[in-house]
Ligand binder design. Structure first.
Ligand SMILES: Cc1cc2nc3c(=O)[nH]c(=O)nc-3n(C[C@H](O)[C@H](O)[C@H](O)COP(=O)(O)OP(=O)(O)OC[C@H]3O[C@@H](n4cnc5c(N)ncnc54)[C@H](O)[C@@H]3O)c2cc1C
Length: 288
């Protein structure tokens, strides 16, 4: 049974960078976040139950294992919450419901912006990835409060080469209004009094996400720097609770997808050995 607080499964690759080409998934020269999610999901549907829009908040221990959110009984838990249930950092201006329809935090289909002008706010990798992805399709303006971007310098250089892209720095959004079916944003230049007005069909806010895993503390799980400390076999300090993926920490861990895949294999093998100690477990799929 899988529980996810979001409306889709796929975690960061699906929600934060569905169109970015990932180059470090073994056996794929390149694969986008959305394709990876789809390939991982194929074959799982009908075999497992997926509870979407379900943030796990409560865990109680009983003689048979655990009760999740006061209603589902399970024997063993694997926590794979990444950086935690993530919520986008909001655009810093109060907006109406009508304006909100043009302000986006997640994008699932860039084609719907075809022939439009899009303002992208942010300076990290997500903002740069969206600027590159959309800059090949539509007119974009990338607005950041500093002259230097936190994201990859090479991405900034590629954006500069796009004839459809404009970079505006150092600007902060000051006010916003709907005008003639466009969203008009007043941008204030930092370190001066100058303001400019830019007009967009839609805006994308890539100010990062608020997330934390502190909620596991109430289940007596040990954290190091906000991440779950695991022992060998991906065990937490609480028997029956394992943790894998970016939520865990141990010396030398690298926060990439391939590492999480390996950790899942380790945790599942350990769980199966605990559940069926009398069996000699097959490790390779070919001997199943
Ligand atoms: C912009 C960007 C680019 C990246 N590029 C690459 C790359 O090229 N190659 C690479 O290998 N890695 C890349 N990464 C890192 C990679 O995305 C992460 O290592 C990977 O997603 C971690 O997987 P995870 O399953 O541990 O966590 P996540 O992908 O964060 O998934 C965690 C899931 O748990 C859910 N969740 C959290 N808390 C709860 C709760 N309490 N109840 C229910 N559900 C909950 C979340 O909704 C989410 O779906 C990139 C990351 C970013 C941000």
């Amino acid at each position: 049974m899988v529980f996810d607080s979001l409306s889709k499964i796929g975690g960061q690759p699906q929600m934060l960078y569905p169109f970015k080409k990932i180059l470090d998934i073994p056996a794929h020269q390149e694969i986008t976040g959305a394709q990876l999610t789809s390939e991982l999901t194929n074959g799982l549907i009908n075999k497992i139950t997926i509870h979407l829009n379900t943030k796990v908040t409560d865990l109680e221990q009983n003689d048979n294992g655990f009760i999740v959110n006061n209603n589902v009984g399970v024997k063993t838990i694997i926590i794979a919450t990444g950086n935690g249930a993530f919520k986008p950092r909001q655009f810093p201006i109060k907006t109406t419901a009508e304006e909100n329809q043009r302000i986006h935090y997640f994008i699932d289909d860039p084609q719907k912006f075809a022939n439009q002008t899009i303002g992208i706010f942010g300076g990290g990798d997500s903002a740069l990835d969206w600027a590159l992805e959309l800059g090949n399709l539509v007119k974009i303006e990338l607005i950041h409060r500093r002259d230097n971007f936190r994201g990859l310098e090479s991405s900034v250089e590629q954006i500069k080469q796009l004839s459809s892209a404009k970079i505006l720095t150092p600007y902060l959004p000051k006010s916003l209004s709907l005008m003639d079916n466009k969203i008009e944003v007043e941008l204030k230049k930092l370190g001066g009094n100058e303001s400019i007005i830019r007009s967009f069909d839609h805006i994308i806010v890539a100010y990062g996400f608020k997330a934390d895993n502190r909620f596991v503390k109430k289940w007596d799980i040990e954290l190091h720097d906000n991440r779950i400390a695991v022992q060998s076999e991906m065990k937490t300090n609480v028997p029956g609770i394992y943790a894998i993926g970016d939520v865990v920490t141990y010396p030398g861990r690298v926060p990439i997808i391939g590492v999480g895949f390996g950790e899942a294999q380790i945790a599942i093998t350990s769980i199966m050995r605990n559940l069926f100690p009398q069996k000699s477990l097959t490790i390779h799929s070919t001997s199943l």
